[in-house]
Unconditional design. Structure first.
Length: 357
């Protein structure tokens, strides 16, 4: 287990293209940090800088208080799990898991004990004599994790480890990683573009866009109190509904619709009277029984929930995630109400907090 400090890390390539800007955070001992964001946002580059696979252009990386910014990857005591498994096809599962210890020339009995212990944790005991080609994708990924476990590293690094798996296997392997973290109490950095993985796995999430950190916080903090429109739109499924509205006469006026506000919401917008802002409402905060008419054009039944897609007055699209099984048809009108509302400054795209700040 280990503490890490990523101090104002920048990554600038030889062509003067900057991939990461001022990445700054402290990772607690035993914490599982998930870096999430769209492709090209800099999350994998950040992980590779931590691993030593990419040079750090500016800033410092500390591990347990020791500066390892210039330390070679092999000497950082970290283990990385890649999305493509990176297994040796001619070796058995046992040999793959033992490979790094064999290179270190560790005692054969010690290697055997560590491999069996890791196989037991990951449910691979019956697969040890098989070759990777005989395994499913989920089993291969567990072998890759087992190869990391036997090394007993200070830090585990995961680079989109589930992206090559189908939906069912992703869910099962995600649960295995979570159980693995709880059992090992290890420090882990995990990169993904899948916000479901981020929300279900992380102690804290780092949400990134275009090389910049947009917000660092617990899953609930990013979901419930996003810092800006990007985080609000990226975290949550289906995505948040957004509308351009004006705060006038104590209500929000949008294109063809009006939204009533509570006294607390009016107070939050006290500095925005007469100004245009962005209103955000999550689909799960839209419910039936209000006064806003929505003309339905699509209805998706998901079992416990139904996604209803429609338009508000003026043609603004809205998605509602309703509880239970609804059966609206194209052209039906349903009256809805908006629950929790999020307000964003139109110019900065930052969240408007209580008091208009």
């Amino acid at each position: 287990m280990a503490q890490m400090s990523l101090q104002h890390l920048d990554k600038i390539y030889d062509n003067n293209v900057q991939a990461v800007f001022d990445f700054n955070m402290d990772v607690k001992d035993g914490e599982l940090i998930v870096l999430v964001g769209p492709s090209g946002c800099g999350k994998s580059t950040t992980l590779r800088m931590v691993a030593g696979l990419e040079d750090i252009s500016r800033g410092k990386l500390l591990l347990d208080g020791r500066d390892i910014t210039q330390t070679p990857a092999k000497d950082r005591d970290m283990a990385m799990v890649f999305q493509n498994y990176a297994l040796y096809g001619h070796m058995t599962v046992y040999e793959n898991m033992a490979f790094s210890l064999t290179l270190r020339k560790e005692d054969v009995n010690v290697i055997h004990k560590k491999v069996l212990a890791a196989a037991e944790i990951l449910g691979l005991t019956s697969q040890l004599n098989k070759k990777p080609a005989q395994l499913s994708g989920g089993q291969r990924q567990r072998v890759a994790m087992g190869r990391s476990i036997v090394r007993s590293p200070k830090v585990f690094l995961f680079d989109e480890p589930l992206s090559n798996l189908d939906a069912k296997l992703r869910g099962a392997t995600r649960r295995e990683i979570l159980l693995l973290h709880k059992r090992l109490k290890a420090t882990m950095l995990y990169v993904t573009h899948d916000q479901t993985e981020a929300l279900t796995l992380a102690d804290r999430i780092v949400c990134m866009s275009m090389g910049h950190v947009q917000q660092i916080g617990t899953p609930l903090e990013l979901y419930d109190s996003p810092n800006n429109i990007f985080v609000a739109g990226f975290i949550g499924l289906p995505p948040m509904n957004f509308y351009d509205v004006t705060f006038e006469d104590g209500v929000l006026k949008g294109k063809g619709f009006t939204v009533e506000l509570s006294p607390e919401e009016k107070d939050t917008l006290s500095d925005y009277v007469g100004r245009e802002i962005t209103l955000g409402v999550r689909p799960e905060d839209v419910s039936e029984g209000g006064t806003l008419p929505v003309k339905v054009f699509s209805n998706e039944n998901l079992g416990m929930n139904t996604l209803v897609h429609g338009t508000l007055g003026g043609g603004s699209r809205i998605t509602a995630k309703l509880r239970g099984w609804a059966d609206y048809k194209d052209g039906d009108t349903v009256l809805v109400q908006l629950g929790r509302k999020h307000f964003f400054d139109k110019e900065t795209t930052n969240a408007i907090r209580k008091g208009g700040k």
